[in-house]
Design a protein around this ligand. Structure first.
Ligand code: DGJ
Length: 380
């Protein structure tokens, strides 16, 4: 009788542990910069990525990088985990195609994919930075794909520039009147004070008004009210733009604002704490690391205020050798956010490494410091 009871209790406990997604296994350390093996013992191949949480599971999407080129030869990878340290390779979520007439032809540049779940449509929506095969970085497009399941396969919908024909929402009538007077011929030389002032006033916005705004490094953010935003490096990487997505998250509404005009920011990553939006970005130095920047605002529509570099301690002036890609909210813990960055290896792209560090706060302001090894119980 007693042993029957003990067995039933055991089954109940196992079921509970399974349902809770927790286990009594000891927490594993997170060691930035090292090889991170997946369930097959292979280094995780999901660069420039982001993590989506859905129904008790985290899904990590990122660029599959091969050994010899940074171009997309495979597509977007997906890995799943319930504890953020054991990752199962869920294979290719969005595959490039063997058809050079396709926007996502094998050999295109497909970077920084992010996935969000749309509670209204029940669909998973992926946006990414796309450069057409053989055209360098000139296309500066955003691509979108959709799936009924988190792991995919995702169906490519389209790619293009953003918000053609739409002026930024944060340009008032007076600013639009100034924009009308800007003549590109007067600003052919970059980086002069006059040119910087003109970029500030929307020189490149005006140039790209008909064809749509450029969209390169990017992230997505879903706010508490379910509205989603596409945040991307635009205007020749000189200015960030934050554009509202439609209710189904599959297109842009035309409502967008500009952040840090002429500030030269890439790699945006964002989170919200106590009603304040915090955004960490990088400068623009290709694959080489540079000093991170940080902005805050009480509204996603701005105005945004710049703060000092959020990274502190040794190597903080080079973001510890990495470049921001995403800020991951740890579920079930208060104010638990992980700063995710990539240590690029352009000569051997698949060997690029990951930086995951906890975001800490001093008098309410976020900062990030290097830790060789840390565990999730860092978050109380
Ligand atoms: C920096 C960007 O952040 C990366 O995603 C990639 O586009 C490289 N530039 C290419 O040089």
């Amino acid at each position: 009788m007693m042993s029957k009871l003990r067995n039933s209790l055991c089954v109940l406990c196992t079921a509970l542990i399974f349902l809770c997604g927790c286990s009594n296994e000891p927490l594993k350390p997170i060691r930035s910069g090292e090889i991170w093996p997946d369930n097959n013992g292979e280094h995780i191949n999901a660069h420039g990525g982001g993590v989506m949480y859905h129904d008790g599971t985290y899904y990590w999407f990122g660029e599959n990088k091969c050994d010899t080129t940074s171009s997309a030869m495979v597509g977007v990878m997906c890995y799943s985990s319930r504890n953020l340290t054991d990752w199962k390779n869920e294979s290719v979520a969005l595959a490039v195609v063997d058809d050079d007439s396709s926007d996502i032809a094998r050999g295109c540049v497909l970077e920084r994919p992010k996935v969000i779940y749309n509670a209204k449509t029940g669909k998973f929506v992926m946006w990414f930075h796309l450069e057409l095969k053989g055209k360098g970085y000139s296309a500066a497009r955003a691509g979108v794909a959709v799936s009924d399941t988190p792991t995919g396969p995702y169906r490519f919908i389209r790619s293009g520039r953003v918000n053609a024909g739409k002026l930024p929402a944060d340009m008032d009538e007076q600013a639009v009147a100034v924009l009308d007077t800007l003549n590109a011929k007067n600003y052919e030389k970059w980086w002069t004070p006059e040119w910087t002032d003109a970029v500030n006033k929307g020189l490149i916005v005006k140039r790209d008004l008909d064809g749509g705004q450029m969209s390169r490094d990017m992230t997505l953010y879903v706010d508490e009210d379910g509205k989603a935003y596409h945040i991307y490096s635009s205007e020749e990487n000189l200015t960030l733009q934050i554009a509202e997505l439609s209710d189904d998250y599959l297109s842009h509404t035309g409502n967008y604002v500009r952040v840090a005009p002429a500030g030269h920011n890439e790699a945006p990553a964002i989170f919200k704490k106590d009603g304040t939006y915090w955004m960490i970005t990088s400068g623009c130095t290709g694959w080489a690391p540079n000093e991170a920047r940080m902005f805050s605002s009480s509204s996603i529509h701005g105005p945004w205020t710049q703060h000092p570099n959020p990274c502190v301690g040794p190597d903080s002036e080079l973001t510890f050798g990495g470049q921001s890609t995403y800020i991951l909210k740890v579920e079930g813990k208060k104010d638990a956010f992980i700063f995710m960055a990539d240590i690029w290896r352009p000569k051997h792209p698949s060997d690029a490494r990951y930086i995951w560090l906890p975001i800490q706060f001093k008098e309410g302001t976020p900062y990030v410091e290097w830790m060789n090894s840390w565990k999730l119980d860092f978050f109380r």
